[in-house]
Design a protein around this ligand. Structure first.
Ligand code: FAD
Length: 292
């Protein structure tokens, strides 16, 4: 591994990415790195860039589809402690880019910070959530960002302030290689109220999502004034399947991957359900999942 000589303790070759995404499907990463510090992250990026190797950062893999042939470059995961810390400020939280959303949500509720409880039960990391502006009908993560620290593919660390950032439905202008950390600001409310609201929302969400241990993805974006769930239900998508991937009977906007499922099965079911929605309702649904 001469390309990453001296970094063998954080880089592995031929790593199966199926273990790192919520669908549990997909091939191998040529290189997979878990840097333990910002300096190591920058060195990895510098070397990969010098070798012309493509790079991607993976969060919790809750919004990606990895093809069967895998990813031919370097995959970086910010799961080491240097990238997963949370600290409390006067009006908010400073959060590492690799921090789990669940940690962020529960910490905010405990501190009496209003808003993040709306995201309870959504899998992911802060970096992945900011990149796609993760949202529910109750709020979106972009609404609470004060600033974000990012690393560009050219190896430059930048601080991007609120006024330089744009967040819209399932989209954000935070599209640099790596979101390393973010600072959030919230309105305050007594923490008992926030915690109680979070618990109620969690019970409702849990009853609608596939079972916790079922490999799945949340597939399409909402359309116009309707949720993707409403559109798919109206188009009769329940019960559809392709190979070992099927539309969830709890909510048709979740596709569940059964034993032996492939990325081709998933994409085939996407095509079939899209076509059915188009034929029956003349609506063109857009994929929410990021296909690598
Ligand atoms: C059961 C279930 C329920 C869901 N419910 C919702 C919901 O209600 N609302 C909603 O909006 N989404 C929902 N999702 C989708 C998903 O949970 C969110 O999009 C989540 O924020 C993805 O975060 P992640 O860390 O898993 O990102 P990943 O899937 O790992 O990555 C997504 C994209 O972000 C990029 N990325 C990841 N981390 C970084 C980083 N640190 N820096 C730069 N780029 C990065 C990746 O390269 C990739 O392009 C759901 C998914 C599941 C499986």
């Amino acid at each position: 591994m001469s390309l990453f000589a001296g970094l063998e303790h954080v880089v592995q070759q031929d790593v199966p990415l199926a273990s790192f995404n919520s669908l549990r499907i997909g091939g191998n990463a040529a290189y997979f790195a878990v840097p333990t510090s910002q300096a190591e992250l920058q060195e990895l990026v510098r070397r990969a860039r010098a070798a012309g190797m493509p790079m991607r950062v993976l969060g919790d893999g809750a919004n990606v589809l990895i093809p069967s042939q895998g990813w031919h470059g370097l995959v970086i995961q910010l799961s080491a402690p240097d990238f997963t810390a949370i600290s409390v400020t006067a009006n908010g939280l400073n959060v590492g880019g690799g921090t789990k959303l669940a940690h962020f949500v529960s910490m905010a509720a405990r501190e009496g910070f209003k808003g993040p409880e709306q995201l309870v039960g959504i899998p992911g990391t802060i970096g992945g959530a900011l990149h796609v502006n993760t949202s529910t009908t109750g709020g979106n993560i972009g609404a609470w960002v004060k600033q974000a620290t990012v690393l560009t593919a050219a190896g430059e660390v930048l601080v991007r302030k609120r006024e330089q950032l744009n967040f819209s439905y399932r989209q954000s202008s935070l599209n640099e290689l790596a979101i390393i950390a973010a600072e959030f600001e919230f309105e305050r409310e007594p923490s008992e109220l926030v915690v109680r609201r979070m618990q109620k929302l969690w019970i409702v969400r849990k009853s609608k999502q596939p079972l916790l241990d079922e490999p799945c993805a949340y597939v399409f974006k909402d359309h116009g004034g309707s949720t993707a769930t409403q559109v798919l239900t109206k188009a009769g998508a329940q019960g559809m399947k392709s190979g070992a991937v099927e539309v969830s009977d709890r909510d048709p906007n979740f596709f569940v991957a059964r034993q032996g499922a492939t990325s081709a099965d998933f994409l085939d079911l996407v095509a079939k359900t899209k076509q059915q929605v188009l034929d029956r309702l003349a609506i063109e649904l857009e994929l929410a999942v990021d296909v690598w």
